[in-house]
Design a protein around this ligand. Structure first.
Ligand SMILES: *[C@@H]1O[C@H](CO)[C@@H](O)[C@H](O)[C@H]1NC(C)=O
Ligand SMILES: *[C@@H]1O[C@H](CO)[C@@H](O)[C@H](O)[C@H]1NC(C)=O
Ligand SMILES: *[C@@H]1O[C@H](CO)[C@@H](O)[C@H](O)[C@H]1NC(C)=O
Ligand SMILES: *[C@@H]1O[C@H](CO)[C@@H](O)[C@H](O)[C@H]1NC(C)=O
Ligand SMILES: *[C@@H]1O[C@H](CO)[C@@H](O)[C@H](O)[C@H]1NC(C)=O
Ligand SMILES: *[C@@H]1O[C@H](CO)[C@@H](O)[C@H](O)[C@H]1NC(C)=O
Ligand SMILES: *[C@@H]1O[C@H](CO)[C@@H](O)[C@H](O)[C@H]1NC(C)=O
Ligand SMILES: *[C@@H]1O[C@H](CO)[C@@H](O)[C@H](O)[C@H]1NC(C)=O
Ligand SMILES: *[C@@H]1O[C@H](CO)[C@@H](O)[C@H](O)[C@H]1NC(C)=O
Ligand SMILES: *[C@@H]1O[C@H](CO)[C@@H](O)[C@H](O)[C@H]1NC(C)=O
Ligand SMILES: *[C@@H]1O[C@H](CO)[C@@H](O)[C@H](O)[C@H]1NC(C)=O
Ligand SMILES: *[C@@H]1O[C@H](CO)[C@@H](O)[C@H](O)[C@H]1NC(C)=O
Length: 331
């Protein structure tokens, strides 16, 4: 204090000038990684219980954020590219400041005890490819921006939470890379939006054990890369769209435990890659083809508790469940 007071004016000026110089040159590179640190510290602040003490022991400001447990940085810019806190036994909420981690590509907070909403600010992260928040206690809606406008998103797993609300009707408007959308085991209701067909790269769509109602949109049949479609244990009604028979890559179809009615479209029995088809516990009626030879890879066909009639001929399935129908073997 005293020395600085006594410093000659010219030296003071020089120090001030240097100070301004460093501030100006360093700010461009430093601000952004400070933003990352701020965002992570806000994240840590919103943790109420850190059961194993991982964050309290490792997320300390005397070390670089790139060395913090669960944090991965880019080699060149030292910006946070991945945050993987899967199974860290954390309780708390996700801070909106996560939306400031501009370079984030992977966010895995699965298998913790997070509550509260998924911050809508996550949809600001244009580079985000992988999101896993399964097995927590998240509530509220899936933020609209996440399902409509994330140009790099490839997979999002939000299963085993308490999410509710409806899916936005403009889902998939700008999520051209989305391959896996997992929302099973939540409390989401309303219709499955027709706009789903715009996720043209979709491979696995899992919506089971929610409260979806209305019809299965025929546009599901346009998801030509689809390998798994499960919408079991919902409140779906109406017919099974015959367009599902166009999904030639389909390996698994699970529409069990809904209120689907009408005939099973014969097109489904031509899906030669199909390994399982679960349509049990609906109100399907009519008959199934006598010849199921086109289902060359079928391992399980479950049609129990429907209202089917008819005869079938020769099915080489290893597991076949047709009980509680009116079917008989064709000798
Ligand atoms: C950082 O600070 C903590 C306590 O606040 C201390 O235990 C640890 O040794 C320090 N680490 C380094 C690298 O200085
Ligand atoms: C996160 O870490 C866990 C445990 O190390 C690992 O199994 C999982 O694949 C990682 N998640 C991602 C998205 O890489
Ligand atoms: C980070 O995000 C929060 C909340 O979204 C915002 O209020 C804040 O201004 C942001 N901070 C920086 C440094 O960008
Ligand atoms: C999400 O994480 C869980 C483990 O916590 C894992 O079983 C699951 O496969 C992951 N989801 C995706 C899409 O990778
Ligand atoms: C998660 O948190 C809730 C409420 O704080 C608590 O009742 C529950 O036991 C916790 N679950 C686990 C697996 O820690
Ligand atoms: C969610 O909360 C319930 C009770 O509030 C608790 O029993 C359960 O363990 C929690 N789940 C997780 C994954 O923490
Ligand atoms: C989509 O995201 C971009 C980038 O975050 C943003 O500029 C744009 O306003 C968003 N569009 C809509 C329709 O939300
Ligand atoms: C969806 O598929 C149907 C045929 O099943 C086709 O007529 C229609 O043009 C397709 N729609 C789009 C948007 O690709
Ligand atoms: C869907 O399948 C029908 C026959 O079931 C066929 O006529 C039609 O061209 C197919 N549409 C597409 C888009 O593959
Ligand atoms: C099942 O469908 C039949 C017509 O095929 C209808 O009469 C009946 O009410 C339906 N049952 C249920 C439980 O929806
Ligand atoms: C089965 O279908 C018949 C008519 O096709 C209908 O009368 C009956 O109610 C249906 N059974 C169930 C359990 O829905
Ligand atoms: C039944 O299928 C088996 C093997 O899939 C085949 O060898 C046999 O000829 C078929 N029988 C009839 C009557 O089609």
């Amino acid at each position: 204090m005293e020395t600085s007071f006594l410093l000659p004016f010219s030296l003071m000026l020089l120090i001030t000038t240097l100070n301004i110089f460093f501030t100006l040159t360093l700010s461009a590179t430093l601000t952004d990684s400070t933003t990352d640190q701020d965002a992570l510290l806000e994240f840590k602040n919103a943790i109420t219980v850190d059961t194993n003490g991982v964050l309290s022991n490792s997320w300390l400001t005397n070390s670089s954020i790139c060395e913090w447990a669960g944090v991965t940085c880019g080699v060149k810019h030292h910006r946070v590219t991945a945050l993987n806190l899967s199974n860290f036994a954390l309780h708390g909420k996700l801070t909106p400041h996560l939306g400031n981690l501009t370079f984030l590509q992977t966010l895995d907070v699965s298998s913790n005890n997070f509550t509260g909403v998924l911050p809508t600010e996550l949809s600001k992260l244009h580079r985000l490819k992988h999101v896993n928040a399964t097995s927590n206690n998240f509530t509220g809606e899936v933020p609209r921006g996440i399902l409509t406008n994330m140009s790099s998103l490839e997979d999002i797993d939000l299963r085993y939470n308490k999410l509710s609300g409806e899916l936005p009707s403009d889902i998939c408007n700008n999520t051209p890379k989305l391959k896996r959308l997992f929302l099973s085991i939540n409390q989401i209701y309303g219709k499955i939006p027709r706009n789903i067909y715009k996720c043209s790269k979709m491979e696995e769509l899992k919506l089971s054990r929610n409260m979806f109602n209305g019809n299965i949109p025929t546009q599901v049949g346009n998801l030509s890369m689809l390998t798994y479609l499960s919408i079991s244990y919902n409140d779906l009604q109406g017919d099974i769209p015959r367009q599902i028979g166009n999904l030639s890559s389909l390996l698994g179809l699970d529409l069990a435990s809904n209120k689907l009615a009408g005939n099973i479209p014969y097109s489904l029995f031509d899906l030669s890659s199909l390994e399982f088809m679960h349509l049990s516990r609906n109100n399907l009626s009519g008959s199934i083809p006598t010849n199921l030879d086109n289902l060359r890879n079928l391992q399980t066909l479950d049609l129990t508790m429907d209202n089917l009639t008819g005869e079938w001929n020769n099915l080489s399935s290893t597991h076949l469940s047709l009980v509680h129908n009116w079917l008989s073997t064709f000798a």
